[in-house]
Design a protein around this ligand. Structure first.
Ligand code: G1P
Length: 290
């Protein structure tokens, strides 16, 4: 039985320049999809998968994230005094158990691999999950839970994957597949952002990972890869052979909320799926398509 995964790392140090001016004074992870910030979706997904320790790798200008997960005395008291019970329930239910969130700063933006490495001391010598809040997944079973179910069977490293058009391989970490049953792929290699003509497949990693602690040893070497950054994909590739490595075609739809169209599509999809908003949203959108 593989060791239980208790910890999740959330790299939230990115600058979010693609969303300027919205992200000039606000972390991109605080952008809301409908009425909830992206980071809260990721945290709720991890909680629903049984994660108990939450590590945020932050950077300058990210204090709003810490405030968001803190108790707001004034807000709580005001909502109570004004009998705003719906609001009160929302802010109380999102409170995390005391001591479950830790923050560590990535001092310089040196890449995703470096961000994950910054959490090394807090993670310790245990398997851990990584969730990239830009990747939002709408699914019946939380995406991370799906990965953990596979991890419990296979052990080793497990990442969420999806097929992408070949012309998009340069946006993702791509799998070199050893065998594939249509759901689970066993991986013999990984390449970060390959050009379409050299990509070993079109199976792309999306931002959900279950990783053994050994990946931290390779990240510690700070090898610079694609785009001049320390890449998580490169360090993961070096664990192959020593440990099983699988890619799971998860059930659900992934929205790239690091991209404007993807972000707006997520807003529409999540609003349409909401029992309290779906019907109104549908009639509000209809005139644009008729
Ligand atoms: C990162 C990873 C990449 C992965 C992608 C998923 O890239 O480096 O391997 O496929 O996230 O969203 P980024 O989007 O940060 O450039």
């Amino acid at each position: 039985m593989p060791q239980k995964v208790r910890t999740a790392v959330f790299p939230v140090g990115g600058l979010g320049t693609r969303f300027l001016p919205a992200t000039k004074a606000m972390p991109k992870e605080m952008l809301p999809v409908v009425d909830k910030p992206l980071i809260q979706y990721a945290v709720e997904e991890a909680r629903a998968a049984g994660i108990e320790r939450f590590i945020f790798v932050t950077g300058r200008g990210k204090a709003a994230i810490e405030d968001h997960f803190d108790f707001s005395f004034e807000l709580d008291a005001m909502l109570q005094a004004r009998d705003k019970l719906d609001g009160l329930q929302i802010v109380r239910e999102m409170m995390m158990p005391p001591g479950s969130i830790s923050y560590v700063r990535q001092q310089e933006p040196m890449g995703l691999g470096h961000a994950v490495w910054c959490a090394k001391a807090l993670v310790g010598d245990e398997p851990f999950a990584v969730l990239l809040p830009d990747d939002l997944v709408q699914s019946n079973t939380p995406c991370l839970k799906q990965l953990l179910e596979v991890y419990e069977e296979t052990g080793g490293n497990v990442v969420a994957v999806m097929d992408v058009p070949r012309e998009h391989t340069q946006r993702y970490g791509i799998l070199d597949v050893e065998s594939d049953d249509g759901r689970l792929a066993s991986v013999k290699g990984l390449v970060e952002k390959p050009k379409p003509e050299v990509a070993p497949s079109t199976l792309s990693i999306i931002g959900r990972y279950v990783l053994l602690p050994q990946v931290m040893d390779f990240l510690a070497e700070k090898v610079v890869g694609a785009g001049g950054e320390i890449q998580l994909t490169d360090a993961m590739a070096r664990t192959i052979g020593a440990h099983p490595f699988h890619g799971l075609r998860f059930e659900g739809k992934r929205f790239d909320c690091g991209d404007k169209v993807g972000f707006m599509e997520a807003n529409v999809a999540f609003a349409l799926a909401r029992p309290d908003l779906g019907a109104d949203m549908r009639s509000a959108l209809l005139p644009y398509f008729t």
